[in-house]
Design a protein around this ligand. Structure first.
Ligand code: HEC
Length: 171
């Protein structure tokens, strides 16, 4: 107990010192709390995100992303079974704890027989944005491999919900 207390004291004094340092230097701007955005700015940010989701939607249904004509949507209708809410996690095909983006690349390379995308590329970010959008409102379930239905409201008609799922949240 005593040890914990002194560790805490050291921690706070180190923090105090670095705070003092920041104050002496004038302080980096980005340390400050974010100011609330105006409604117009918020709308613009939403539109930017929407563009990424729509680009991702197109890529998930693009038969020329790989080399054999298959598209992600052939096996993952409406982004289903991509489980963006469970990553990072151990994935047998990756053989390690990996990220959603690494798994997207695995599917580009293996089922689609294509070339991996740079993980920070606009295309990869868009593919992640689409999968996440389709699961908007699904609670994070780190590492779980349960298959959760994609969002039928965002995805439109044609996707059958797995039985027992009653709440997918609002899109
Ligand atoms: C021919 C069918 C097929 C196609 C096409 C396909 N996948 Fe997959 N996908 C799979 C299989 C099989 C798995 C592995 C399932 C497992 O190991 O549990 C998988 C797993 C995944 C996972 C991980 C799911 C999880 O929770 O572990 C993601 C994410 C994913 N695919 C995304 C994509 C994307 C993006 C594309 C298009 C680039 C794509 N898939 C194309 C069959 C396919």
């Amino acid at each position: 107990m005593k040890k914990h207390k002194s560790m805490y004291a050291i921690g706070t004094s180190v923090m105090g010192l670095s705070l003092a340092g920041v104050m002496l230097l004038g302080g980096p701007q980005d340390v400050q709390a974010k100011k609330p955005v105006s409604p117009a700015q918020a709308e613009q940010e939403r539109q930017e995100l929407l563009k990424a989701v729509l680009m991702g939607d197109a890529l998930w249904h693009d038969g020329s992303l790989g080399t054999n004509g298959l598209a992600c949507g052939n096996c993952h209708p409406d982004g289903s079974a991509s489980n963006p809410h469970t990553w990072p996690k151990f994935q047998t095909n990756l053989g390690k704890v990996g990220t959603l983006r690494e798994m997207i690349n695995w599917c580009i390379m293996v089922p689609l027989e294509g070339k991996a995308l740079p993980t920070e590329s606009d295309k990869m970010i868009a593919m992640e944005a689409y999968a996440t959008f389709m699961h908007d409102g699904v609670p994070i379930a780190l590492g779980k491999d349960e298959q959760h239905g994609a969002n039928p409201v965002a995805g439109g008609a044609g996707y059958q919900l797995p039985s027992g799922v009653t709440d997918l949240g609002a899109p």
